[in-house]
Design a binder for this molecule. Sequence first.
Ligand SMILES: *Cc1c(COP(=O)(O)O)cnc(C)c1O
Length: 460
Amino acid sequence: MNDTPESLSITSDLQEADRRHHLHPFTDHKQLGKKGSRVITRAEGVYLWDSDGSKLLDGMAGLWCVNVGYGRQELAQAAYDQMLKLPFYNTFFQTATPPAIELAALLAEITPEHLNRVFFTNSGSEANDTVLRMVRRYWDLQGQPDKKTVISRINAYHGSTVAAASLGGMKPMHAQGDLPIPGIVHIEQPYWYENGGDLSPDEYGIVAARRLEEKINELGEDQVAAFIAEPIQGAGGVIVPPETYWPEIKRICSEYDILLIVDEVICGFGRLGRWFGSDYYGLTPDLMPVAKGLSSGYLPIGGVMVSDRVAVTLIEEGGDFNHGFTYSGHPAACAVAAANVRILRDEKIIERVDTDTGPYLQQRWRELADHPLVGEVRGVGFVAALELVKDKATRTFFEKRGEVGGLCRDICFDNGLVMRAVQDTMIISPPLIMSREEIDELVTLAHQCLELTAKELGVS
Ligand SMILES: *Cc1c(COP(=O)(O)O)cnc(C)c1O
């Protein structure tokens, strides 16, 4: 192709070049080839615009990450200033840069009390790869090298690298590339709507949590290194655990000597109306991977928050930890993340989600429960889901899971709303700055799109 990128401005030209040269994540390219990708060109606040000039309300905050919304000058300025001053220096071999140091100190302040150190990565996946190496290193240093196995959950999402995808519990991911790698096992997820049967949510929460205890006993406590979980499973379909679940998990983790890893990549930085999901559920993680909302997606950055318990062992006994990324603690990414955390803090964005806009979103979202396609509505703070089902009364899913969800998602996209589908579960995770008026618009659009979906299916 002779086209220079500058000459590609018409949508059809962009789509053609995209089709020819660009392999996308989690995309069926044969399908994409037929219609071409939707090209997003700019954004402001909670809205996106595509290359044809159409406006979309972004119900997903990009990909669960643009917590402070689009168009924040301070974040662009922080990157610009830092890039002029020092665009890059590494943090290997006993060096550091001011932005990495400042961000580390800021994170120690806002995360739960016993988490005072961070290991920087560029993504959530790298954070979880780091976690796997760190827990095994920890138990080695404790003189228990057999404690290697990590227990995770079916349908968890922890990222896409080999270790992170193995820690995750997504069957379609495991099916490609012989995953999971050895030493990672999966238990039931606390998904009452699908798995709860005749039990009440609270009864089922205990049953689901005890799967952990059963698995520890089956493998032997001396073989188990850690349990990893998201406070609320995000990509799995916004699975909000029953209220009894986390207290029982906490009991089990304190009775058995295993580490608790709380993956805060989605729940962190305000999504549940607290700084972290761990604050919301009262958890004390030994390791806490973060990413996404850490920089509101303006630049790629992630990290692992390390508890005093783990850090002391790694530092006092460990010598070199032979692990790191060229861009661990990248100065521009750290400067942007620090500016983002200050915006969240100084503008009291998380407090507003907790006391005002979060409860309002949840209240308005629950009105959608009356729709004939909606079997359950659930959510906390600024994350929520709708289960689309064939029969509400009997909690019966559609025969071919995913078809109706995909249809509804496409209808949303064509009607100015970004809402994601996980099989037939419709999910939202809007920017935390969304106003009450914008929430009204979101719910009105979602309702219209449910109506259009029902019409297409011949349901009334
Ligand atoms: C997105 C996500 C990850 C992976 O983060 P990447 O930055 O995409 O590598 C890990 N854990 C959870 C809970 C996530 O939602």
